[in-house]
Design a protein around this ligand. Structure first.
Ligand SMILES: *Cc1c(COP(=O)(O)O)cnc(C)c1O
Length: 376
């Protein structure tokens, strides 16, 4: 089976994990956690990085630390992986789902502005949704597939409407907007190291921020908020959301390989584009000039989505449709979905992701293309 986006364990991961096992430093403290955090801060240019047990828990903590509470609203795109919206729901806040751009598949900023200017008002410094008087506190851009929206414009809008920006950059390690790394635009940003992401720790996540107080607080609440080094004194409700040292050890090995992975992802997308841009109606995600994406998950758009999915999966080349849009999931169906013509559904009906593990061979890539061409 050719995996869609599988792990590539080919560096010092074994050595570093063995080191944890040999020394017994397998749990919540250990040198690799700090090392992994430091490498992430250095790579992204963020001042601080705090490792977490997953991308989902990283998002949850960012929302908690920014005082997102019951009945608050957080704006997010309607096309994302469910974890972004679940994290909002964990705080008892509700999402406001904004439709996406049909070319970039990122939150549609024209629609966002239209919503904010038409449906909200500012009261005591807070954006209020006029229909029910509830506060809109934050916006969570999601860098879908490692692409990014016009972050300059998004920041401008967020300032105008007093919205905290928390970036779901879980798919965007190695992506840049105007040479600035994804996750460093908002007050806080998050990464995921799930098995299918560009680097993996099996499961894990990271919060990045330039704000020292928030970084300290993130470390504190992800480790049960223990406030005394000896006594079991805890000064607030904490979470067991830490990353264990063995996983961090794997992460350090993976970070060493990241430049190589990014290079390979670029080769993969270049090959797919060269071979398929003129095939049938196949098109690719549009990337704005200011964005340099990590090309984490090459995805094509075509009327023949179902046929391509079928032929690839039947031939053991793992491919997947796009996420079911959030407004179509039962638990979010009563949440506000702001759209003009439901581009989310349009994208959902047409997109599929194709094999792109960094250890895929050129021959395997060519065989995927051959199979796809059989459909046209
Ligand atoms: C992977 C992912 C997450 C969640 O990360 P986990 O580490 O699996 O919890 C959140 N949002 C998006 C957009 C993702 O792709």
């Amino acid at each position: 089976m050719l995996l869609l986006s599988g792990p590539n364990i080919s560096g010092n991961e074994w050595k570093y994990v063995k080191d944890c096992l040999d020394t017994g430093w397998v749990s919540s403290v250990g040198a690799y956690v700090e090392k992994f955090e430091k490498m992430t801060a250095e790579f992204t240019g963020a001042k601080f990085a705090v490792a977490t047990s997953s991308g989902t828990t990283a998002l949850h903590i960012c929302l908690i630390l920014n005082d997102i509470q019951r009945d608050d609203y957080v704006i997010a795109p309607n096309v994302t992986f469910v974890a972004s919206i679940n994290a909002i729901k964990y705080t008892n806040a509700d999402p406001i789902l904004i439709d996406v751009d049909e070319h970039t598949w990122q939150m549609d900023l024209d629609l966002l502005e239209k919503f904010l200017s038409g449906e909200t008002e500012i009261k005591n410094g807070n954006s209020i949704y006029k229909k029910d008087g509830r506060k809109i506190k934050a916006i969570m851009p999601v860098h879908v597939l490692g692409n990014m929206c016009d972050m300059g414009r998004l920041l401008h809008i967020s300032k105008k409407y007093n919205l905290i920006v928390i970036e779901d950059a879980t798919e965007a390690l190695g992506s840049y907007y105007k040479n600035k790394h994804a996750g460093t635009f908002g007050l806080m940003g998050t990464f995921s190291y799930n098995g299918n992401k560009i680097i993996t720790t099996g499961g894990g996540g990271m919060i990045i921020t330039d704000n020292e107080a928030l970084a300290k607080k993130a470390k504190h609440v992800t480790t049960q908020a223990k406030s005394d080094p000896f006594e079991y004194m805890h000064d607030e409700i904490g979470y067991n959301y830490r990353l264990v040292n063995t996983a961090a050890a794997m992460g350090v090995g993976q970070m060493e390989l990241l430049p190589e992975f990014l290079k390979r992802k670029r080769e993969i997308i270049a090959f797919y584009k060269k071979e398929m841009e003129a095939v049938g109606d196949i098109s690719f995600q549009k990337i704005d000039d200011d964005v340099n994406p990590n090309w984490w998950l090459p995805t094509i758009m075509t009327e023949k989505q179902k046929q391509v999915l079928k032929i690839l999966n039947e031939n053991k080349m793992q491919s997947r449709p796009f996420w079911v849009p959030m407004n179509k999931l039962p638990m979010f169906k009563n949440n506000l979905y702001y759209t003009k013509d439901d581009r989310s559904d349009y994208i959902y009906q047409k997109c599929l992701s194709i094999p792109c593990s960094t250890n895929i061979t050129d021959d395997q890539l060519a065989s995927v293309v051959l199979k796809i061409k059989e459909v046209y």
